[in-house]
Structure formats: structure tokens, C-alpha cells
Design a protein around this ligand. Structure first.
Ligand SMILES: [Zn+2]
Length: 244
């Protein structure tokens, strides 16, 4: 029994948890338009009617060889403004957000990701009612992700819960705000396979670039990568490698 355990420890494959072995799952969250949908539909309806009425008052009367109605232009103009307002309110300019074992990312077709191990602080910004994830991206550039609670509450709940589990010392979110954000919904977001990529990444301890996958040890808590010869007993995030 004991020898079997030792043999597993010495094997060259990266140590992973059962969860990781089953496949790493990223969740992708689309923003929710923040405007009231009834208001948007109401404005669109009223705007269209005024615009249509204005157009008839302007052009339609020509068939009766009458001058356009004096209000026609203003009806068309105000109808157009109301329709434009409805379109603006109804379309969200927020981006999609991804949360998973690799970290937190903004997804605009291209990922702007802050890995868990490179997060410096997770805070709440009251002025914008948003969760702020500050740290560095994979290439070492400072990156700040501001994720609004209104369009992204399900994503924020997942980010906060995972951050509390993986990097609790970096989380500075007031208790009442955390309570309002609530527990993450296990069914929220679209699940995407996100296999671990270690080749080309640098060892956290020695700076050595990983060239062979089997040389890498990946921390399951913060996703930091170490070369197997430079793997510390305890990761910077506090997770013990020996225990994995
Ligand atoms: Zn770690």
C-alpha cells in the first residue's frame, strides 16, 4: 500500500486533482442589458409611431397636393431620437466575462486574463458598483478588470467564491457586499473546456521556461506553474505541493 503511494508521487506526470483530470472548465458569462426591457420596448413602440406619423404628415400629404403639416418635421425628429434612445438602452456595451481554473478574464473575442496567482487584489468599487480584479496578465502587464454587478452578477458571484477559496488573502470585499452578491449558481454561465497549457510558460520559482509538459507542476489552487526541479513544498498561494 505504502509503496504504491510512493510510486505515484515519483511519476513524471503533473499532479492534478480529480477535478482537473476530468477536464478544466471555464465559465463564460454574457452581460445582461441593465435597462428595464419593458421601458426599452415601450420607447421603441412610441418612437416608431411618432416617426411613422411624422413621415406621413411630411410626405403623405403631397399626394393630396398639400403642404407638409407644420409639425411634421418635429414629429419625425423626436420619433427618431426616441427610437435611437431605445436602441442605445437595449444594447449593452459590457463584454463577456470568463471565470475558471486559469483565472478571471474579459472576453472580447480575445481574452484579457488575470491568472489567480497574478492577482494582487480583489476589491469592490462602490462608485461603479463593480468588482475590481487587479493584477498582471500572463505576459506580466498590469491589468485591471472592472466587472459591474448589474450586467454580471452571476459572474461576480463565481469570481468572489473562487477567489475566497483560492486566494483569500487578496480579497478585500466588505461583508455586506459579499452577502448581496450571494452564492454562485452552479448552472450559470456557458461551460467551456480549458485545458491546462504549460509549455512556454515560465517556472514561478526559477524563471525556467517549460519546454516539456511532463516537467511542469501546476498548483491546483492558483494555477501557478513550476519546473519539477524547482517546485517548492508550499506554493506562494499557500497550497502544499506534497499534499496534492
Ligand atoms: Zn498556488
Amino acid at each position: 500500500m505504502a509503496s504504491k503511494k510512493t510510486a505515484r508521487k515519483d511519476s513524471a506526470t503533473p499532479r492534478t486533482t480529480k477535478k482537473q483530470a476530468q477536464g478544466r472548465i471555464d465559465r463564460r458569462f454574457l452581460p445582461v442589458p441593465t435597462a428595464n426591457p419593458l421601458l426599452v420596448r415601450g420607447l421603441f413602440g412610441v418612437g416608431s409611431m411618432v416617426l411613422g406619423g411624422g413621415s406621413f404628415a411630411y410626405f403623405g400629404r403631397r399626394y393630396q397636393e398639400l403642404q407638409p403639416h407644420p409639425w411634421a418635421f418635429w414629429m419625425m425628429a423626436s420619433g427618431f431620437v426616441v427610437v435611437a434612445l431605445a436602441v442605445w438602452l437595449g444594447t449593452s456595451s459590457e463584454t463577456a466575462v470568463r471565470v475558471g481554473p486559469a483565472g478571471v478574464a474579459e472576453d472580447r473575442g480575445e481574452l484579457r486574463r488575470v491568472p489567480w496567482w497574478a492577482i494582487e487584489k480583489v476589491t469592490y468599487q462602490e462608485s461603479s458598483n463593480a468588482l475590481v480584479v487587479a493584477g498582471k496578465d500572463l505576459s506580466g502587464d498590469h491589468t485591471t478588470l472592472v466587472i459591474g454587478l448589474a450586467p454580471h452578477k452571476p459572474a461576480v458571484a463565481h469570481i468572489l467564491a473562487e477567489a475566497m477559496e483560492r486566494i483569500p488573502s487578496k480579497v478585500e470585499v466588505p461583508e455586506d457586499v459579499a452577502k448581496e452578491i450571494g452564492e454562485p449558481d452552479p448552472y450559470a454561465g456557458m461551460k467551456i473546456q480549458d485545458p491546462v497549457r504549460v509549455v512556454g510558460r515560465k517556472c514561478r520559482e526559477s524563471g525556467t521556461t517549460i519546454t516539456v509538459e511532463t516537467d511542469a507542476r501546476v498548483c491546483v489552487q492558483c494555477d501557478a506553474v513550476y519546473h519539477r526541479e524547482h517546485t517548492p513544498a508550499v506554493c506562494d498561494c499557500g497550497a502544499r505541493f506534497a499534499a496534492l
